[in-house]
Design a protein around this ligand. Structure first.
Ligand code: FES
Length: 155
């Protein structure tokens, strides 16, 4: 019940419930379990839960895991899909990720099919990944390493 109060005094709320009504409002019924995708970071030995549809790069950063190496810590696009430096290798659960995008096809053209740009990848179920895989930065990358690889490989 809500009552008016004199000016400059806070309103007071008075609540009267019938005997036993409070118990009826308790959390006696267990809430349904919502499955939470788990990301296992193989190199770091960590596993984290995330919401379905989480961004893989963001989930790594939130868990304190660095998706970049060396100079790419400074020389990256911050998750805009413009540099090709946030590469992760998918070890298990590839079907639980979003399909490889056109941007990834460009940046990872010379990389194995299980390499992904983590900033372009959505997690929909359990997955195991390796951050900073060997030769993770492809020729299509705008990073320093990628640019050098492209120059050296140019004919
Ligand atoms: S952070 Fe630049 S492409 Fe992923």
């Amino acid at each position: 019940m809500l009552r008016t109060s004199p000016a400059n005094t806070p309103l007071q709320v008075e609540e009267r419930l019938p005997e036993g009504a409070g118990r009826a409002l308790s959390w006696a019924t267990p809430s349904p379990r919502i499955p939470v995708p788990t990301i296992r970071f193989e190199r770091e030995g960590q596993q984290v839960g995330c919401i379905e549809g989480a961004n893989l790069r963001r989930a790594a950063l939130d868990a304190g895991i660095n998706p970049y190496t060396g100079l790419n810590n400074l020389n990256n696009c911050g998750g805009l899909g413009q540099c090709g430096t946030c590469v992760m290798e998918v070890l298990e659960g590839e079907r639980n990720l979003s399909p490889r995008s056109d941007v990834e096809e460009v940046y990872l053209a010379d990389r194995p099919a299980n390499y992904r740009l983590s900033c372009r990848t959505t997690v929909n179920g359990d997955v195991t990944v390796r951050t900073n895989p060997a030769s993770g930065v492809g020729k299509g990358s705008n990073s320093l390493v990628g640019a050098l690889k492209a120059l050296v490989g140019r004919k």
